[in-house]
Design a protein around this ligand. Structure first.
Ligand code: GLC
Length: 508
């Protein structure tokens, strides 16, 4: 039943049965599994336990969707950060503890279990690595922390005898698991049977460390050196791409884009070399979690069949942010991490021209200081037209998603992007650049079709042109309402996407 997965490279499905080590030309044998039953995800964050970005949304919702299939047994392994709320922790069940080797060190690992929505979440406890103030990343020893986690996860699997058919690792923080498994745990029959998936959520963050960390810190064996070494450094993402059975990424367009230098942050040749195992599957969103009909954060609930409540959301939002309460003025929202790849330079370039129109502009986000200051400045200069909130605030973001009319997301690169889907769910029409997942999820309005406004080149005039096009349509009330309805009805759920994952686990 090998249905083709959209946007993937052609698969040459030669199934080489297990051999113990990599061949001389550095090709690893391919693992095939019959219908996979047991899948374990590894990742560094998952909602609702711990969330700093899109990865958490995905690991909080894809496993849950897969678990609806009664034939599948789904688990997720996560670090037990001290920032995980006590509300959850108090119900965690202690299972076991053991010691894990991290290079020359020998570190404690405790394992806790918590079942949530039919998914088994295992948490790896080690206070030295995961009891930190504030953020969950950005520490001097992140390499060591996630090397520990990656190895402890494999040892947990062995210890609890929960060997999966598929081990699904996400981003650089869990890339080392694949390197350990394929390079060092391969002598063990139970590990050898596991098929691995490595998902790239963003190729920009590769997990690069000085070459001296190879043996000392990671404890890698010489047999994996050629996979892991790149540009004179240890590169965990590169190692995982080379050694895994399947590489996936979070949209078909991004799967294609990362074959080129502009998007690949140095790994384009590695991606091209591994193209035969590359798959792109667009993320979904949790449509129950993001649902204007039930969302408690928003001022009034509404749905695609009756979105009159959206007007109340808009008026209350305007009031709250000190903007004139005007029903007829289009409200453009930007909710984003304030970093360069989100396309903020285009917004900076055009903000004053946008604000010379009869519009209101709302910006919510934090990030690089230069952007933060710019948005503070522009909000100050255009009081009553522009409001900038320099923060990360879930509750406020929902109020903005529901109260705005247009959602601007002109990313330079966007592996998938979830905000354009969330905005759509709340009837806020996206304006996006045609890149990555934005290109796969938003189609330009044309006659009675399309669910947003799009432009191709990374160019502020092109962006301004489509913003003006959107403002033009906004003034045609009937047409606009039709568009809002269409946008709200676009299916961004995980249902179909999870099926694509199941096919990938089986066939690729
Ligand atoms: C990363 C990407 C984003 C994607 C998310 C989830 O945060 O930058 O585009 O939506 O991962 O896959």
């Amino acid at each position: 039943m090998a249905k083709k997965i959209e946007g993937t490279a052609k698969s040459t499905s030669v199934s080489v049965k297990k051999t113990k080590t990599a061949t001389k030309d550095n090709k690893l044998p391919k693992i095939t599994v019959e219908k996979p039953k047991k899948i374990i995800f590894l990742g560094s964050e998952a909602a609702p336990f711990i969330a700093t970005g899109g990865l958490a949304d995905v690991l909080g919702s894809l496993p849950k969707e897969l678990a609806k299939n009664k034939n599948l047994d789904i688990s997720v392994i996560l670090p037990l950060y001290s920032n995980i709320a006590n509300d959850f922790r108090k119900d965690f069940k202690f299972l076991t503890s053991f010691y894990v080797s991290v290079g020359w060190r020998y570190q404690y690992a405790g394992v806790f279990l918590y079942e949530y929505k039919k998914v088994k979440f295992y948490f790896i406890d080690n206070e030295y690595y995961f009891k930190r103030e504030g953020n969950i990343y950005g520490f001097y020893d992140d390499g060591e922390r996630f090397a520990f986690f990656s190895r402890a996860a494999l040892d947990t699997i062995a210890r609890l005898d929960i060997y999966p058919d598929v081990l699904h690792c996400n981003d650089w923080q869990t890339a080392a698991s694949i390197i350990f498994l394929k390079g060092m745990y391969y002598g063990d029959e139970n590990f050898r049977k596991i098929k691995t998936v490595f998902t790239i959520h963003n190729i920009e963050y590769q997990g690069k460390f000085g070459i001296e960390t190879f043996g000392d810190l990671f404890g890698f064996s010489e047999s994996v050196r050629s996979f892991v070494e790149f540009d004179g450094l240890v590169n965990l993402m590169k190692g995982a791409i080379e050694m895994t059975d399947i590489v996936s990424t979070v949209s078909p367009t991004y799967a294609n884009e990362i074959k080129y230098p502009f998007f690949a942050h140095g790994l384009d040749a590695i991606i091209r070399r591994n193209e035969r195992k590359l798959v792109g599957i667009l993320n979904g969103i949790d449509i129950d979690y993001y649902n204007p009909k039930t969302d408690k954060s928003i001022f009034k609930n509404y749905s695609a069949t009756d979105f009159s409540g959206k007007e109340v959301c808009k008026a209350e939002l305007q009031k709250m942010l000190g903007l004139p309460e005007r029903k007829d003025v289009p409200v453009i929202a930007v909710i984003s991490r304030l970093v360069s790849h989100k396309g903020l330079d285009l917004i900076k370039d055009t903000a004053e021209r946008i604000l010379s129109e009869d519009v209101q502009l709302i910006v919510l986000g934090k990030g690089e200081i230069g952007y933060e200051n710019y948005f503070r400045y522009i909000a100050d200069a255009y009081q009553g037209k522009c409001s900038a909130i320099i923060a990360y605030n879930q509750d406020l973001s929902r109020k903005i998603y529901s109260g705005a009319d247009l959602f601007l997301m002109p990313s330079k690169a966007e592996p998938c992007g979830l905000s354009q889907m969330i905005a759509s769910r709340y009837g806020t029409v996206p304006i996006v650049r045609e890149t990555g997942g934005l290109n796969d999820s938003i189609k330009a309005v044309y006659g009675d079709s399309g669910n947003g406004f799009t432009f191709h080149d990374y160019n502020s005039d092109d962006m301004l042109y489509v913003i003006r096009q959107a403002l033009g349509l906004y003034r045609q009330k009937d047409k606009w309402d039709e568009l809002v309805e269409r946008v709200m009805k676009t299916d961004f759920s995980w249902k179909k996407q999870a099926e694509l994952y199941e096919e990938m686990y089986e066939n690729k």
